[in-house]
Design a protein around this ligand. Structure first.
Ligand code: IFM
Length: 445
């Protein structure tokens, strides 16, 4: 066996976790009164998902959550970040709650607590109730109030057992891909719809933070943003300008108003018509941490036909990439952590990082995923080097615990530490699972 890399020392009390999302693992899409989400409708539309799959069954986590929590326990995790399916607990998005849906999260939370794994509850990981999309969805400012009511329900029900709360996961990704490029649900390609959705999401975040603090004054509250450098594809002025605009939209649209209290100058013209008196104060609520997701730098080129003139480029020829085509650049991760910590001055938790491959179970029953081990060692090493440079990083959550439904890419990319055979639902821990478990145990000594 090849010599395995070691992770450098991290601060005492460092939190080890894994993240997942409801729409990617739960399945049970039409069970126990769950209402449909925009992802159910999107995936059912021919041509939207590469392999024609849907999240209707996914990893059947709804029924197998105990097995999945046991996998977390064996791995030695301190914490687990999951998201709630809004339409499972409120089938129409507003109005009557679904007791059976709430019961599922009761059972999951209790199972985690029983195993001494801290539940981190994320309110929104991209699966808007379809009923709310039909009422205008995120581009409709009213969606902020619907979200606040949902947040209040969640905190009333789970605030006695859940201490860590996340309002949104990667608001940049779901608003850009959902409303500008149209590659994700609800599949809209309209730059101004994206801007409207982004402002509503900011308002919704502020309202939800308020609801959480009112219902659970000791709650630890944050937001999760995907912060990745935007690099111009070439040195041309046009590519540089497109990358500069993309950097603002991707990295600053949410974190700046939420944490610093204003949109950056370069974005103000886009939001000016939407801003009402008091909006910025409402969005800018004190937070306890910034959840930071990161995978790779992004390459941007000028494309007059694309929304905002922003076209997606490619990593330079010969650069190491994962099967997603994402560049492996751990130094860029360390720089991002240092830079975001300096800008926002909040403790950071890395709430997602990891890589996809196609590794399958071999004839000996193991899953050899050396590339993932190498990637994780380098990226967790980058966390250690950012800490060394003075950035406060409190934890690291792998994306993901188990292979899952990768949105428009379907089931081909496998991001898990644990392989899932989707035909049988058999879970097989990969080599990276055992390696990471050993490293966590070694670092704790
Ligand atoms: O699977 C996604 C997740 O839902 C959000 N962050 C990136 C992951 C990998 O693409």
């Amino acid at each position: 066996m090849a010599k395995r890399p070691h992770i450098p020392k991290l601060p005492k009390g460092f939190i080890w976790g894994a993240s997942t999302a409801a729409a990617q693992i739960e399945g049970a899409a039409a069970e126990d009164g769950r209402g449909p989400s925009i992802w159910d409708a999107f995936a059912a539309t021919p041509g939207r998902i590469k392999d024609g799959s849907t999240g209707a069954v996914a990893c059947d986590h709804y029924h197998r959550y105990k097995e999945d929590v046991a996998l977390m326990k064996r791995l030695g995790l301190d914490a687990y970040r999951f998201s709630v399916s809004w339409s499972r607990v409120l089938p129409d998005g507003t109005g009557a709650a679904n007791e059976k849906g709430l019961g599922f999260y009761d059972r999951l939370i209790d199972e985690l607590l029983g195993k001494k794994i801290e539940p981190w509850l994320c309110l929104y990981h991209w699966d808007l109730p379809l009923a709310l999309d039909r009422r205008g969805g995120w581009p409709n400012r009213d969606c902020a109030a619907w979200f606040a009511d949902y947040a209040a329900l969640m905190v009333r029900r789970f605030g006695d057992r859940v201490a860590r709360w996340v309002t949104f996961n990667e608001p940049g990704v779901f608003t850009i891909a959902g409303y500008a490029s149209g590659l994700h649900a609800p599949g809209v390609s309209d730059f101004s719809a994206m801007i409207a959705a982004q402002h509503t999401v900011n308002l919704a975040h502020g309202a939800a933070v308020e609801a959480i603090r009112a219902g659970a004054p000791k709650a630890v509250v944050g937001v999760v943003c995907n912060q990745q450098p935007a690099r111009p594809q070439t040195a041309s002025e046009e590519d540089k300008a497109a990358a500069g605009l993309f950097d603002l939209i991707w990295n600053r649209t949410f974190a700046d108003p939420m944490i610093l209290g204003d949109y950056p100058d370069g974005l103000k013209p886009f939001f000016a018509a939407l801003l009402r008196d008091g909006d910025l104060e409402h969005i800018n609520r004190p937070l306890d941490f910034l959840g930071l997701n990161h995978y790779s730098p992004t390459y941007i080129k000028h494309d007059p036909a694309a929304p905002g003139g922003i076209g997606l480029g490619k990593p330079p020829e010969g650069a190491p990439v994962t099967m997603m085509g994402w560049e492996i650049a751990p130094k860029a991760f360390a720089q991002t952590l240092i830079q975001e910590h300096a800008r926002y001055k909040l403790p950071i938790v890395v709430t997602e990082n990891g890589m996809a491959d196609r590794a399958e179970v071999g004839p000996d029953g193991t899953v050899a995923d050396d590339d993932r081990i190498d990637y994780l060692a380098k990226y967790i090493g980058a966390v250690a080097s950012a800490v060394e440079s003075g950035a406060r990083i409190d934890g690291y959550f792998v994306w993901s615990l188990i292979d899952n439904f990768e949105w428009a890419e379907g089931f081909e990319p496998r991001f898990g530490l644990v392989h899932v055979d989707y035909a049988t639902q058999k879970r097989t821990p990969k080599d990276s699972y055992y390696w990471l478990g050993d490293e966590i145990a070694r670092l704790r000594k």
